[in-house]
Design a protein around this ligand. Structure first.
Ligand code: TMP
Ligand code: MG
Length: 292
């Protein structure tokens, strides 16, 4: 079966247990694509990590780099990024150790953004003017899932309003797409006054999933999950799925490859090393829907 998907031999692909991947895929093909749902992280999973040697922005960075915030705030947000991003990707620290620091990062960044009274009507322009890029092959991924009525949950610790705009401008915000993320709350004059609901950060996606039992209840006839992530925090995105039968976890390893490779191999079924494309997930989706 794995041999039926030539993309799994791409040089970017690493698997701890190819036999196990084969078994999961066989089981999913047998169950049929009408039992499948896809759960994907957004930043650095559906979007590119780098393009032509330059880092691509996260949802937060789209605002950091825009003229919707002052230069002074931009500096402050940059200091936060330079402080906390190395912690996010530090393989020497445990998740338990990083978690409170990540909460600190998100809380401080959101506080600064709220102080800037960001205008809702300017978000679309900020996205249009940004360097945000979905990974190569995004059109096939979104369109094919839509054509086959396979639900796609985008589960992001980024900013919902921004990521929706990215996929809307790319023309792929189809009706099968649902988003769990941090949404902005605007006052009656359209100025950012807060973020809505419980904060989603990189390490509490499990809690976020459990807050949305209704969504997973609706999808209970789809116990086969394809999970796409780039952080070890993304592994808990499917924790709300009811009566799960199979899960195939695909992880993009973008940065600090040598230090983190073993932990990614231990937790993701397929690890894609510095692969800026969606070629492998697309090949798997085509395989599951019998198109290949
Ligand atoms: P996610 O991809 O797991 O949903 O997490 C969102 C990413 O956003 C994570 O990699 C860290 C990043 N981030 C920023 O780039 N700037 C910020 O101010 C914050 C709070 C997060
Ligand atoms: Mg991510």
């Amino acid at each position: 079966m794995v041999s039926e998907i030539p993309e799994l031999s791409n040089p970017s692909v690493c698997m701890r247990d190819p036999q196990r991947v084969e078994e999961i895929l066989q089981s999913m093909v047998k169950a049929g694509s009408n039992t499948v749902q896809v759960i994907a992280d957004f930043d650095m999973t559906l979007t590119r990590f780098a393009y032509k040697g330059k880092r691509c922005p996260t949802c937060h960075n789209i605002l950091d780099n825009s003229n919707l915030i002052s230069n002074e705030c931009r500096e402050e947000l940059k200091v936060l990024l330079d402080t906390y991003y190395p912690i996010e990707i530090d393989s020497a620290r445990s998740i338990a150790e990083k978690l409170p620091l990540m909460v600190e990062w998100w809380t401080k960044a959101h506080k600064i953004m709220v102080q800037q009274k960001i205008r809702k009507d300017l978000l679309a322009t900020a996205v249009r003017d940004s360097d945000a890029m979905l990974r190569e092959g995004y059109q096939l991924l979104f369109d094919h899932l839509h054509e086959h009525s396979i639900p796609l949950l985008i589960f992001s610790a980024g900013i919902g309003d921004i990521l929706e705009e990215v996929i809307r401008q790319a023309g792929v915000f189809h009706s099968n797409v649902k988003v769990f993320s941090n949404y902005m709350d605007f006052d009656e004059s359209g100025l950012l006054k807060a973020f809505k609901g419980e904060l989603i950060h990189i390490y509490n996606k499990r809690e976020g999933a459990l807050l949305n039992t209704g969504h997973f209840q609706e999808l209970r006839t789809r116990p086969n999950v394809l999970l796409l992530g780039d952080s070890l925090g993304d592994l808990t995105m499917a924790d709300g799925v009811q009566d799960m039968e199979n899960i195939l976890k695909i992880g993009f390893l973008n940065d600090k490859v040598e230090e983190r490779k073993q932990s990614y191999l231990d937790s993701y079924d397929i690890v894609l090393v510095q692969d800026e494309t969606l070629e492998v997930p697309n090949a798997i989706i085509l395989h599951l829907t019998g198109n290949k």
